[in-house]
Design a protein around this ligand. Sequence first.
Ligand SMILES: Nc1nc2c(ncn2[C@@H]2O[C@H](COP(=O)(O)OP(=O)(O)O)[C@@H](O)[C@H]2O)c(=O)[nH]1
Ligand SMILES: [Mg+2]
Length: 412
Amino acid sequence: MQQNRDPPPYPEKLTIALLGKTNPLKDAIGNKILSAEDYFNSASNDLVVGENNSFIVIKTHDFFDEKCKHPDQQIIDFMAISYPGPNLFMLVMDPGNTQEEKVVAQISKLQDIFGENITTHLVVMLPDVQSSQSLSHLREIFHVQLGSADDNLVHECRRWSPIRNSFLFNYKNYTQEAVTRRRAALEKRRYNPPSEDATAGTRLYVTPDNIFNIVLLGQTGTGKSASGNSILSLGSSKSRPRPFVSRPSSIPVTKVCDARFMSQGFGMPVRVVDTPDFFHDELRNPEAQVAECRKYCQRGECVVLLVLQLGRVTDGERGILEKLEDMLGWKLREETIVVLTHADDLRESLVDHVNSNPALRDIVDKCSFRCKVLNNNSKGTKQVVDLIRSIPNYEKRFPKLAKKESSECLLC
Ligand SMILES: Nc1nc2c(ncn2[C@@H]2O[C@H](COP(=O)(O)OP(=O)(O)O)[C@@H](O)[C@H]2O)c(=O)[nH]1
Ligand SMILES: [Mg+2]
């Protein structure tokens, strides 16, 4: 008698994370697990999630790409979507990358990011029998499983998943709080494709980006990059500092928009965005830079820090707010704080200083009197905390921070 070879469906779905460099095999494996034709394709390097009655498959970004601009953000997104952790990680090696040292380097990197014991939930997917044979000793060394995308894949996924318990992230590099908050935000903003494009019972969505942005705008040499570094220093007590290049120069030093991600310091992920002087004659390809800036500078999703140098605000800067508003297409002034750098040169009260300079006073007036000073040569965090507390809707945006009284607690 012909037996029905399909095992009974599991009552709970298994969550499978597809890791590895962007390659067709990664997509093919994802499609095979979901029994879908072309859910995953390499056109996008976004984090993509597909789901059917038995599996949730998360195709991750290429965490191994050295050029990856926001690896922390992408890793947190992945952790948030697979929270509390996937049942199984599949590290997909493409045919050009099956040399032992490359496989070992990728396993080690995953251990570094997610914890040593990831190997208990890891299967390394190899493209052919030869590489499976030549790498079989990795089973003993790392206690990983080796697999291939054969016809039994769906069944194997169940067998490979350790008694179907999830892997639990160790939160060594990223706090659980940041991950769960991000999860809540993503849940709200999940994007579903039109139903006619979807295979019955299968959903697909791409992570939206709702991380709050702190966008530094202003003329060249005013101290935008230095201010960005002062803000980033709030979140870098333990993790890697990633400073923007800031130095004296008669020509622009910052030539492109550059965004750095902070997972600590605000109690939720925040991005700090440095920009070039969009109106400088020497800026190459300003349209592309403006387009890049627009991605981060959207009403309701950012605060603008209009950076001016104390003592150097001239009539030349009078129209700057209007020019930036024209360029970015919305009333930035509603979400702008004027930041005066070189506070080390301030010899009077801030109010007196603003009132003594008509051009500055005009800008500050238009920004509803939101004006702060920064001495970027100072290592103290109090001034940065003070600046952050003046962000419009600060208490709603950062409720956890708002409860804290002392500046030191911002780093907890
Ligand atoms: N004394 C002092 N120098 C600053 C301050 N902020 C920035 N600078 C200096 O001003 C110069 C230009 O700063 P930078 O951040 O590169 O300006 P950007 O072109 O607007 O990004 C650098 O040499 C900084 O060290 C500050 O608060 N005090
Ligand atoms: Mg700069």
